[in-house]
Ligand binder design. Structure first.
Ligand SMILES: [Zn+2]
Length: 344
């Protein structure tokens, strides 16, 4: 096992304290939104141990403001778009560059705290509503936005507590209004399916699913890609045409990962391309029955463990080669802890 240095991203929607505390960093006034593990060009902490491209990118997120409303391309679109932008000479870091690599980006998210996320649309009519809002967004008046905001706020205020779970889109909309007061694309959230995951619950988002993360902390694993089409809720480059062209506008039935398997001390979340395992509790002398194949990344989120004879504590991160299996683990100095493993 090799000790890995986490790479922090200071996006403005991050937190001033959550990831700083988890990794024992001094606060320096900058928010930390994401911690990355992988071989992506933008943040690479694994190449020194792994001589090829790691097939996944693993992140921990602390979401305190809405992330941009977005769609990820499929493999074919990503490859064609990347080649075309290369031929046109657009630099990889250009502000209006859409394709930063030739990869698709399905992603799986596991909630660490209650986690509010908009995933997919509500109805077959949503495409028309998306088009109306995106194509006319510059002529949507402040007054119109303000009127709708007040109506939605009143609806939530008047709702009984057992009705609030049916008003998640409305709650997401109000958060977006608060985070981006001048952005009419907040209205799109009212057309979206919004979920509140409990800690340990997960969603899998195939290419083309429109999504936005609103509030909470999560683990996220995806293909090694940073290809994003944005519809709004961001100061970055947005591309409504690509959203309408590549977004999936039929409501999907399920966003669950293909398998969630609970064992005595661990839970496995498996999607078609990658997986996450969470180990929790006082796992004295526990052994993994069968460890997943391929390169793995382990991050200790809480407490202290002994993994294959080595002591690991909160904030420690390790890379394991294929064949370098994590066979046994048990508690260290404290009775309780939590670590996560990203794998194929
Ligand atoms: Zn995404």
């Amino acid at each position: 096992m090799h000790k890995v240095k986490p790479i922090f991203q200071n996006y403005n929607w991050g937190s001033q304290s959550v990831l700083q505390k988890l990794f024992g960093l001094e606060k320096n006034g900058l928010p930390i939104a994401e911690v990355w593990f992988g071989t992506h060009k933008k943040a690479d902490n694994i190449s020194e141990f792994f001589g090829a491209e790691l097939p996944y990118l693993f992140k921990i997120l602390a979401v305190e403001k809405c992330l941009s409303l977005q769609v990820h391309p499929n493999k074919k679109t990503a490859k064609e778009g990347f080649d075309k932008e290369n031929v046109s000479g657009l630099p990889l870091d250009a502000q209006n560059r859409v394709f930063r690599d030739p990869n698709a980006k399905p992603e799986m998210t596991v909630a660490l705290t209650p986690f509010l996320a908009a995933v997919g649309v509500k109805s077959d009519k949503s495409k028309q509503k998306f088009a109306e809002i995106l194509q006319n967004k510059d002529s949507i008046s402040k007054k119109y936005l303000e009127d709708i905001t007040q109506k939605v706020a009143k609806k939530i205020e008047d709702a009984k507590s057992n009705e609030l779970n049916n008003l998640l889109s409305e709650q997401a909309f109000l958060y977006a209004r608060q985070d981006y007061p001048d952005d009419p694309t907040a209205l799109l959230l009212l057309e979206m399916n919004v979920v509140r995951l409990l800690p340990g619950e997960a969603i899998f988002l195939p290419d083309g699913v429109i999504h936005a993360y609103i509030r909470g902390q999560c683990l996220e694993i995806m293909e090694n890609s940073d290809n994003v089409f944005r519809a709004g809720l961001t100061k970055k480059y947005i591309d409504p045409e690509l959203i309408l062209k590549y977004g999936i506008f039929q409501p999907l039935i399920s966003y669950e990962p293909s398998v969630i398997a609970k064992n005595k001390f661990s839970t496995d979340y498996i999607s078609p391309n990658f997986g996450i395992t969470i180990v929790e509790g006082n796992a004295k002398g526990a052994k993994f029955g069968k460890m997943h194949k391929g390169p793995k990344i382990l991050v200790c989120l809480k407490g202290e463990f002994v993994v294959d004879g080595e002591k690991i504590s909160q904030g420690d991160c390790f890379f394991f080669h294929d064949g370098e299996n994590i066979e046994s683990f048990g508690p260290g100095a404290c009775d309780e802890g939590k670590f996560v493993i990203a794998h194929l």
